[in-house]
Design a protein around this ligand. Structure first.
Ligand SMILES: [Ca+2]
Length: 227
């Protein structure tokens, strides 16, 4: 009798221990943040502070006519948490309304500053797909220390810019891209910061450039780029 009770006691203890182990494993997996997806890097800013390594996805539709192209205010990431909350990853897919899917993939600009979307092979632009489209591009800035910087943008055509899930730039414009068309004063803390930019296209050229500099316009020190 005593031995039987002991066996039952040991069996119950084992069951509790195994259950705790299973719950523990599930708990730690569930806590893993979405942003823990493996990133590529670190990449350097170029000599003038331009970001040359991005994750890019698209194209998405941008119907209408200047100055009221409709894609600019359409949240194509709404099925995935929305533009403000979105965390991209290499290989992540986005389903479009027409049933097709597009996928985030990396792009490195060969000539440095300008990200020319017609040169981004995985977007499949050119031929019949040149107008009435838009894209999203993203990267992370990894800062060695807390610092004050300026993020400067040039674009063809307009853009919305989010930093760490906050909209900091909103330029619904149609223009050729030039260096430093806008400048945003930013306080960055030590660590990773997500940059997400949506660039829209009416007709003609389709490109943007972004650099991270100090107030005097020189490359910000201690920052690397991940995607
Ligand atoms: Ca254009």
């Amino acid at each position: 009798m005593c031995r039987n009770k002991m066996h039952i006691y040991i069996a119950v203890l084992c069951l509790v221990a195994v259950s705790a182990l299973i719950v523990g494993c599930e708990g730690s997996a569930a806590k893993a943040p979405a942003s823990s997806a493996k990133k590529s890097g670190p990449y350097k800013l170029d000599d003038e502070g331009f970001i040359t390594n991005w994750l890019i996805v698209g194209p998405f539709p941008n119907p209408g006519e200047e100055p009221n192209y409709k894609g600019f205010d359409t949240d194509y990431l709404k099925g995935y948490g929305g533009e403000e909350n979105y965390v991209p990853a290499n290989g992540m897919q986005i389903a479009k309304d027409d049933g097709t899917k597009v996928k985030w993939a990396p792009f490195e600009s060969i000539d440095g500053r300008l990200i020319n979307f017609f040169s981004v092979e995985h977007l499949g632009l050119g031929a019949d797909v040149t107008d009435n489209i838009l894209t999203y591009s993203a990267c992370w800035l990894d800062c060695e220390n807390d610092m004050n910087v300026q993020i400067r943008v040039g674009s063809d055509d307009g853009y919305k810019l989010w930093l760490d899930h906050k909209l900091i730039g909103n330029q619904h414009v149609y223009r050729p891209a030039e260096q430093d068309q806008e400048s945003y004063d930013i306080k960055l803390s030590k660590g990773m910061h997500l940059v997400l930019i949506k660039v829209d296209q009416g007709v003609g050229e389709f490109k943007f450039m972004m650099r991270v500099v100090t107030a005097d316009g020189t490359k910000a020190p201690g920052i690397t780029v991940w995607n």
